[in-house]
Design a protein around this ligand. Structure first.
Ligand code: ADE
Length: 236
């Protein structure tokens, strides 16, 4: 069964409202809603902000019977030419706040872990198709590439530029790579969709709340395209 995870209430509310035959259950510490979304049986949950919350929720959802996971949320764009409202489909994720360089590891890489965690190729291809289908309605851009996560809200143009240059990342957020690490360890296929609520610069603290609701609605519409795409093949 597919689990759909978001960090904060606004990021999960639209999908939860659209859930038919909802049943509320607990998976360890996590409140989970199970039901049908656009005709597909799913688990929905809100993990809270940050890497530890993302990893814990991923583990709890796996224990509750999730066999694949789609993370949706907002992010700050760090690549040139991006605009608020653009969509980002992750191909792989890094933890930009990890620093084991004193032991000879490149920035972002933990001992015993890969330099980045790749998303599931099939889910990601389907997600990109869904994002382009939604973007076709109003001409917004869809970017596909690396997402950088850290326990930091980035609100500085030099820091955003450094994360883009150092990691080749398209956007910053606070959960995705931890979800990716946990899902990879558990052998659970996953994909990550982000909508840009800000561009991680001096305006980010104002832009983030201003564009959060619209970005969340946009992602719920991409999820609808994703789920309606070909329901006979949504085994993942
Ligand atoms: N989520 C949305 N905007 C963000 C930012 N600028 N930094 C980290 N996480 C974010």
């Amino acid at each position: 069964m597919l689990a759909i995870l978001g960090a904060i209430e606004t990021e999960v509310a639209d999908n939860r409202r659209l859930l038919s035959d909802p049943v509320e259950l607990r998976a360890g510490h996590l409140a989970v809603h199970r039901g049908r979304l656009h005709g597909v049986e799913v688990l929905l949950a809100r993990c809270g902000v940050g890497k530890v919350n993302g990893a814990m929720a991923t583990t709890a959802l796996h224990s509750a019977g999730a066999t694949s996971l789609l993370f949706t949320g907002v992010a700050g764009g760090v690549a040139p030419g991006q605009r608020v409202g653009d969509l980002v489909v992750a191909t792989d994720l890094v933890q930009h706040d990890v620093d084991v360089t004193a032991l000879g590891r490149p920035p972002g890489q933990l001992l015993g872990e890969p330099a980045s965690w790749a998303t599931d190729a099939r889910m990601t291809a389907r997600l990109a198709t869904a994002a382009h289908a939604r973007a076709a309605h109003d001409g917004r851009q869809v970017h596909q590439g690396r997402v950088a996560s850290g326990d930091q809200f980035v609100a500085s143009a030099p820091r955003a530029a450094a994360i883009h240059a150092g990691f080749g990342a398209l956007c910053v957020e606070m959960e995705g790579a931890a979800v990716a690490q946990a899902a990879t360890t558990l052998g659970m296929p996953f994909a990550v969709l982000r909508a840009l609520s800000d561009t991680a610069d001096h305006g980010a603290a104002q832009d983030f709340p201003a564009f959060l609701t619209g970005s969340a609605r946009l992602m719920a519409e991409v999820v609808e395209h994703y789920l309606r795409a070909d329901q006979s093949k949504i085994a993942l």
